[in-house]
Write a protein of this length. Structure first.
Length: 266
């Protein structure tokens, strides 16, 4: 699908992902998509593992069995509202489990999927999931979109590779805790500024055991301007994205063209 619209309305859905409660989480998604659809959103980003949360070690495999049904539900919603819907879900492939960002285009087809590369060992994610092994830019009705999930945000090489592959926007699904929210805010802006692209990132809210999640889902322009942000409430936000801003910024000085890879040492 080759389509590069000059502008879109991007949306972010932020809610309390209830661990193991697929029905409740799907209801939150359906209601949120309806609200953002009424605001004209062409694209909606959902939080990380929005269907079930990090319900491991035992239950996550059972939740992954239901992911195909959830993709079918998203497909119907995407067609109904004529929008792209993206968010990460547990994906089962053989005996392996992946934390996978799924992108459903407005015609209901799967435009792309990305298996999270950087698993967060601090919470044992690497023991429950298998890491992905390649970056993904998917072609959508809103143009080329790069995909990242949560901890990926701390690895600038990944986002740079997405920009070099032509992504005009990078979307991020996350469950990023309040204790490190300053890092989240800074890294999101850094990824936008250094690559001169748009960033749209969805984080969850709520509490999980001793972890508090306070959102700060946001949409950021190529110069680092925060176009929209919602702090700690379950809600949705939208922002007008003008892709001409990318060329405007790069015509002043182009950070990608200014790279000197031969001088960089590992």
């Amino acid at each position: 699908m080759t389509n590069n619209p000059e502008s879109i309305i991007a949306g972010i859905l932020q809610f309390n992902v209830k661990t193991g409660d697929i029905d409740a989480n799907l209801t939150s998604v359906i209601n949120g998509i309806h609200r953002l659809g009424e605001k004209g959103a062409h694209l909606i980003v959902l939080p990380e593992l929005w269907s079930c949360g990090f319900d491991y070690p035992s239950m996550i495999h059972a939740h992954a069995e239901k992911t195909p049904q959830l993709i079918e539900a998203l497909s119907k919603l995407a067609q109904k509202h004529r929008m792209i819907i993206a968010g990460s879900l547990p994906e089962k492939s053989g005996d392996r489990l992946y934390n996978t960002m799924m992108v459903i285009d407005k015609d209901g087809t799967v435009a792309g999927q990305y298996r999270k590369i950087h698993l967060f060992s601090f919470i044992g994610e690497d023991k429950a999931f298998t890491a992905g092994n390649h970056a993904v830019v998917c072609d959508t009705s809103s143009g080329p979109i790069g995909l990242m999930v949560c901890y990926d945000l701390r690895f600038p090489e990944l986002c740079r590779s997405l920009a070099l592959q032509g992504a005009r926007m990078v979307i991020v699904s996350a469950q990023w805790p309040e204790s490190r929210i300053a890092h989240w805010n800074t890294l999101l802006q850094a990824r936008a500024i250094e690559n001169q692209i748009f960033i749209a990132a969805s984080n969850r809210v709520g509490k999980e055991d001793d972890l508090v999640f306070n959102g700060h889902s946001q949409i950021i322009s190529p110069d680092g301007t925060v176009l929209a942000c919602i702090i700690d409430q379950p809600d949705g936000i939208t922002a007008q994205i003008d892709f001409n801003e990318i060329d405007h910024n790069r015509n002043r000085f182009d950070c990608l063209k200014g790279r000197m890879p031969s001088a960089y040492k590992p």
